[in-house]
Design a protein around this ligand. Structure first.
Ligand code: XMP
Length: 519
């Protein structure tokens, strides 16, 4: 009897390979399918969402915010990492600005600031003030070190003022013998616990410097960082951190060309090198057509120089495209051509594959090539994420986050409602601001009009990112609970699909009611 029922189930609810092969040659997207539930002894809150995207990059939640100029800058990337995911900082800004944005994320919460900015005893306070202004530092306390990096004192924020501009750092600083320090060897095995213990014992002290046995400066703990980390450890979602306990952050890099048409190798390598030095965890080469010579050359160039760097590249929708980028050295391949909420690539160029089929095809190639895939675009709800994650390793979203206050841009009020701008990176205004290369155009070419492949739009202002992420994470966990899947790998193994008709889609959404609460 049980066997018979199993047979019926397996005739109707098909595994990914059976299902997508049967739908040939039709391309499907998220709303075209639904997932069958399975026996479960897993509660949603017991599910584990962590994903390893490369040797050096692990996220607590498989969600990445898109490298778009109305979605991800430092604020969004910080909030994404704090909520377990990662943000990719866009490149429609100067390289210096992008570095500054990435540094903001990497230095947001520091268990131990490994390389604290220090000043020399011979400088004047006025010079320190100028440095703070120039670099845009949000802090005013600096360790003081001599030319051999030996610690000689601590310059406290309360003396870094204009009225003391002409006084030397040596005169204004707290002397070495009065500065609290810890030996680097005393921090192991748990630096946070060591610092926490120190701050609990020394009331009113906000900075603890780390030195080595030669009294050379090795790091800095701040009380506020330690408190923040302790609070986070009680949260349900763990922040996504690197091996040094810093928040993870990615950044997009343009495959810039010279006027001759050749890749501008020096510029690309200098840009990536600066990002790597500031601690960026992944770089992304995002283009509309990743299966192309230019993108392949750029990926290979970066891989040859940065052996361990996580490289995300795309976008593709074919197995060959995945294989091509994997061979060039990418670790994570972005999948999606035209599914995005602001995309017009399919309308303008007539190309692109409905997103779920594209993810399926790419996922099979990715398994063979040993790379990960990122389902990029077209996700409008947590159910889409669950469907995408049955095949992909992580998802990338723009529109879902563009209404959050953490996204760049002003809030606009129109007829009493609040909106934020959201535009495609292939829209005319975004391409003029720098992203033309992503769509194979040259923004400086004034003789030819750029052809837009994206639109400029508005998104209603939404809840803060933390609330949006909590909802999405809850939805994914719920989907996993319905599958009896404890982790994302089990979700992929257990997923069974059925195609949905237009009537089925109507049935899937609230219907035949007057809805009072749209959430
Ligand atoms: P969602 O649906 O999350 O999509 O808003 C975000 C993704 O859309 C891609 N993107 C574009 N695609 N023209 C396109 O064809 C564009 O102007 C454009 N801008 C962004 C991109 O992959 C992003 O992550």
């Amino acid at each position: 009897m049980q066997k018979q029922n199993q047979i019926i189930d397996s005739l109707f609810y098909l595994s990914a390979d059976e299902f997508f092969n049967k739908t040939l040659p039709v391309g499907l997207t998220f709303d075209d399918i639904s997932l069958a539930t399975a026996y479960s002894d897993v509660l949603p809150r017991e599910t584990e969402l962590a994903v390893t995207l490369s040797q050096n990059l692990q996220l607590q939640v498989p969600i990445i915010s898109a490298d778009m100029d109305t979605v991800t800058e430092a604020k969004m990337a910080t909030a994404m990492a704090l909520n377990g995911g990662m943000g990719l900082i866009h490149y429609n800004m100067s390289e210096e600005e992008q570095l500054r944005e990435a540094s903001r994320v990497k230095s947001y919460v520091n268990g131990c600031i490994q390389d604290p900015v220090s000043v020399s005893p011979g400088s004047r306070i006025g010079e320190v003030l100028e440095m703070i202004e120039d670099k845009g530092y949000g802090f005013r306390t600096f360790p003081v070190v001599d030319e051999r990096k030996k610690l000689v004192g601590l310059l406290s924020g309360h003396v870094v003022r204009n009225r003391y501009a002409n006084i030397s750092v040596a005169e204004a600083m707290t002397k070495r013998e009065d500065v609290y320090t810890i030996l680097d060897s005393e921090m192991n095995p748990n630096p946070i616990a060591a610092a926490d213990k120190f701050f609990s014992k020394h009331l009113g002290i906000h900075k603890l410097l780390v030195v080595d046995k030669n009294d050379e400066l090795r790091g800095l703990f701040t009380l506020s960082d330690i408190e923040r980390i302790r609070e986070e450890s009680g949260n349900l979602v763990k922040p996504a951190r690197d091996s040094q306990f810093r928040l993870v952050c990615g950044a997009a890099v343009s495959a810039t060309r010279k006027t001759t048409g050749d890749l501008d190798k020096d510029r690309i390598l200098n840009h990536v090198s600066a990002l790597v030095s500031c601690g960026v965890d992944a770089i992304a080469i995002s283009t509309a057509h990743g299966h192309s010579q230019g993108v392949g050359d750029a990926v290979r160039l970066i891989r040859e120089t940065f052996k361990d760097l996580t490289i995300i590249a795309g976008n593709v929708t074919s197995g060959e495209g995945v294989e091509f980028l994997a061979k060039m050295g990418a670790n994570v391949i972005k999948v999606g051509q035209g599914p995005g909420s602001i995309c017009t690539t399919r309308i303008v160029a007539g190309v692109g594959i409905p997103q779920l089929t594209a993810i399926y095809v790419a996922s099979r190639a990715a398994q063979k090539c040993g790379v990960k895939i990122l389902a990029d675009g077209g996700i409008t709800k947590s159910g889409d994420m669950v469907k995408a994650l049955t095949l992909a390793d992580a998802v990338m979203c723009g529109g879902l986050f563009a209404g959050c206050r953490e996204a760049p841009g002003e809030i606009l009020e129109i007829n009493g409602k609040f909106y934020k701008q959201y535009r495609g990176m292939g829209s005319l205004s975004a391409m003029k601001a720098g992203s033309a290369a992503r769509y194979g155009h040259d923004a400086k070419d004034n003789h030819r009009k750029l052809t837009a492949e994206g639109v400029e739009a508005l998104k209603e202002v939404s809840d803060p990112l933390e609330v949006v992420m909590r909802q999405l994470i809850g939805g994914i966990q719920s989907g996993m609970g319905y599958h009896g899947a404890r982790n994302l790998k089990e979700l992929q193994q257990k997923a069974r699909y059925i195609q949905v008709t237009a009537a089925g889609q109507r049935e899937s959404a609230p219907h035949d009611i007057i809805q009072v609460n749209k959430k």
